[in-house]
Write a protein that binds this ligand. Structure first.
Ligand code: THU
Length: 133
């Protein structure tokens, strides 16, 4: 699947976004090694802190379908002019399962940029960090 195709899947999710408070819709699409794609959108809550980002929705869908160690690429689409970057919490959640993940971001002009998660979350804390020896 091309970067453009994966981003199109992310953008398609914008229509399902539930963002009545921020009015900031986000869509995400997570590609696994077997070609399966798990999509997500942000889902806000009147208790604002209970909001779930699009990326974490996609990860929860993947993990709950048995995918855990085969994440390849994640595309994130917003509607703002600038690139929609993954928030710190999403970077941490992604790191748990896929430190080698590639992140695709897009902007209003339709440009797509690609960053390794390792670059977006240097020295991430993960399962290995909990090993005592
Ligand atoms: N949001 C995401 O869905 N992903 C991110 O990585 C950045 C933020 C959502 C959360 C909230 O619904 C809205 O964008 C504004 O923060």
């Amino acid at each position: 699947m091309t970067d453009q195709e994966l981003m199109d899947r992310a953008r398609t999710m914008l229509r399902f976004s539930y963002a009545p408070y921020s009015h900031f819709p986000v869509g995400a699409a997570l590609l696994c090694t077997d070609g399966s794609v798990f999509t997500g959108c942000n889902m806000e809550n009147s208790s604002y802190g209970d909001t779930i980002c699009a990326e974490r929705t996609a990860v929860a869908k993947a993990v709950s379908e048995g995918h855990r160690d085969d994440f390849l690429r994640l595309a994130i689409a917003g509607t703002s002019r600038d690139f929609c970057w993954p928030c710190g919490s999403c970077r941490q959640v992604l790191w748990e399962f896929a430190p080698e993940l590639e992140i695709l971001c897009t902007n209003a002009a339709g440009e797509i940029i690609r960053f390794p998660l390792r670059q977006l979350l240097p020295h991430g804390f993960g399962p290995k960090s909990l090993k005592q020896d």
